[in-house]
Write a protein that binds this ligand. Structure first.
Ligand code: ZN
Length: 429
């Protein structure tokens, strides 16, 4: 499910198999490859697969193994590992969680374990530089925090190739699901594609966990085979925490939640450019009293302004329904408000979609999992006030739009909420 990374790594296999082919014209075979990606995206599996594919020896060590309480142990482990590896070239050395030793060096002001870490890192750098050019040794390091690595590790001749493993897209998720589903007994009518669609953002490891939870769930209910309902339950459990069927929800809270969720759903149904509705529930899970789930048909890479504004309107639908029917404000919408404000702020500040403020980036964010946090561009207080005003206006307009839609479809809203109170959970159909 990670086609691009696979192509790049295929070349590493070729380097290990036929180094002569590449060094023939004087080129230097890359020594180090840094695999960067969120936890569970298969970094370790890929490193093993490369060694297996190239049929070379595989040496591995985890970042946390290096760091010991006793001074000097980490550094000596590094030297031992490289001495071993040099005896059996061609080979592949895999260092998992390299950020555990490879974080930026402090410059000596702190003591204790960080001194130990620096010694280990220095030993690693010395060993990496100490290979003969004829040695066919490739080092692969894995990290989910490339942003904190010591720049010395990333210099040419060290980990100078970087390969990013992203979370699998819908096709990738389906393939990973198929692999894991083979290991369990399922009913014949399994729609794995539908499951794959409904779990955007799941890593490979989380998909493996999902399949396992589904199997345990079926076993718990003494079923002969795992079915779609087991997957649904396992998914909800993972995504939202366990169902809290046992907590006491007052009838008033149930009604409020039903109207709140119906509000989200109806606004979503009435707007054109949105993700299709997937599931709606008023069973409390984790910290949420209810949930309206929309599932995109494809993984989106870009979002249009209309889509984003509709998204805000849908988020406002919950609060708008509460206000319309009960004429009061509750805290139930706090997360919706947070999300809506965030989208509006990025729309104005990052994506240059505000008519008023134009295509200018007033702030920019890092690359998600790479961990850079958003940065503020310096601007005047007056600009800051205009940005705030624009954000408030966008969210306010979307709220009004949601409220108008709910007023217009008032009867539908009541029917929808009644149906939810009766069924608790409903799918899109
Ligand atoms: Zn809500």
């Amino acid at each position: 499910g990670i086609t691009e990374a696979k192509e790049e790594l295929q070349e590493i296999v070729e380097f290990l198999k036929t180094p002569e082919k590449y060094s023939r014209l004087g080129g230097r075979i890359p020594r180090g490859v840094l695999l960067q990606g969120a936890p569970g995206t298969g970094k370790t599996l890929l490193a093993k697969a490369i060694a297996g594919e190239a049929s070379v020896a595989f040496f591995s060590i985890g970042g946390s193994d290096f760091v010991e309480i006793f001074a000097g142990v980490g550094a000596s482990r590094v030297r031992e590992l490289f001495a071993e590896a040099k005896k059996s070239t061609p080979c592949l050395i895999f260092i998992d969680e390299i950020d555990a030793i490879g974080g930026r060096r402090s410059g000596g002001q702190s003591g204790g374990s960080s001194d130990e870490r620096e010694q280990t890192l220095n030993a690693l750098l010395v060993e990496m530089d100490g290979f003969d050019t004829e040695d066919t040794v490739i080092m692969i390091a894995a990290t989910n925090r490339p942003d904190i690595l010591d720049p010395a590790l990333l210099r040419p001749g060290r980990f100078d190739r970087r390969i990013t493993l992203s979370l699998p897209d819908v096709k990738g998720r389906l393939k990973i699901l198929e692999v894991h589903a083979q290991k369990i007994v399922t009913v014949p009518a399994m729609d794995l594609a539908a499951i794959a669609r409904s779990i955007p953002g799941f890593s490979g490891a989380e998909i493996a966990n999902l399949v396992n939870e589904a199997a345990l769930n079926a076993a718990r209910h003494n079923k002969e085979a795992v079915d779609m309902a087991d997957f649904e339950e396992a998914k909800d459990k993972i995504v939202m925490g366990l169902e809290r069927r046992s907590i006491v929800v007052s009838e008033q809270d149930r009604r409020l939640t039903a109207y709140h969720e119906a509000g989200h759903a109806i606004v979503g149904l009435m707007l054109e450019e949105t993700d299709p509705l997937h599931k709606i529930t008023i069973i409390p899970r984790g910290r949420a009293m209810g949930l309206t789930q929309q599932v995109p048909l494809d993984d989106r890479l870009t979002y249009s302004r209309d889509y984003l504004l509709n998204r805000i309107a849908i988020l406002m639908g919950g609060r708008a329904a509460e206000a319309l029917v009960f004429n009061r404000l509750t805290t139930g919408a706090s997360n919706d408000i947070l999300q809506a404000t965030d989208i509006a702020a990025r729309l104005v500040g990052e994506w240059g979609m505000s008519v008023e403020l134009g295509p200018v980036a007033y702030r920019h964010s890092g690359e998600g999992f790479l961990g850079d946090s958003g940065q503020q561009r310096p601007h005047s207080e007056m600009t800051a006030r205009r940005i705030d005003e624009e954000i408030r206006k966008l969210v306010g307009d979307c709220y009004d739009q949601a409220a108008d839609l709910l007023k217009k479809h008032n009867r539908f809203l009541h029917k929808f909420a009644e149906a939810l109170l009766l069924n608790e959970t409903m799918d899109a159909e």
